[in-house]
Design a binder for this molecule. Sequence first.
Ligand code: ADP
Ligand code: MG
Length: 219
Amino acid sequence: MPFSQLGLSPYVLPALQQALQQAGYLAPTPIQQQAVPLLLKGRDVVALAPTGSGKTAAYVLPALQRFFMATPRKPRVLAQLILVPTRELALQVSDVFTTLGRELPRRPHLVCAVGGVSINPQMMSLRGGADIVVATPGRLLDLLAHNALSLKQVQLLVLDEADRLLELGFGDELRQILAELPVKRQIALFSATFAADIEALAAAGLHEPQRLEIGEQSA
Ligand code: ADP
Ligand code: MG
């Protein structure tokens, strides 16, 4: 199956295809084949897929389309939030946004809101608003406490590496963040492993999620 069959809009498909080709992505991986069409349809998704199976692009492609198709607003409103367990992962995810979005005529203002570095530059880059924020949960809550951003207009939340988010003890932070979201929002939860605590998190925030599972062998 080619990238052109995932349901991406003809408005974004040529630019995304060009960027995918430059990145050496010749065809979608199984998780991308399954998750992208569902996310484009607005479904909540719980996706279980092993490390290395291509989960990042599975949500970055729909996120880029959502950004591009939205009417630009001044100041920008935070419409998409990606939560990850570590600073390193946040930087990797924001690189994937840059790489796959590079051919779009209009590109998102993306802010990496991570701990372990000074909060002031992040507050500065959030001043005119952001389209997409890639964050670790603790720093996101710090920024909320400083009124540096609002989650009231978030349309898509991605919980990437949800298993590690919970292992690292971010459960309470995640629940606080979920409580700040508008009622009408889409949530995608990605994890390499599955356990009761993930199920509880999904039950707390997701609406009739579609479940996807990709085995090791098909990764
Ligand atoms: P995961 O989050 O599931 O661990 P990643 O999104 O980090 O996986 O992707 C793993 C590797 O596979 C990365 O180096 C990424 O660039 C590459 N990759 C992802 N999707 C594709 C694709 N469709 N074709 C080729 N390489 C891909
Ligand atoms: Mg990943």
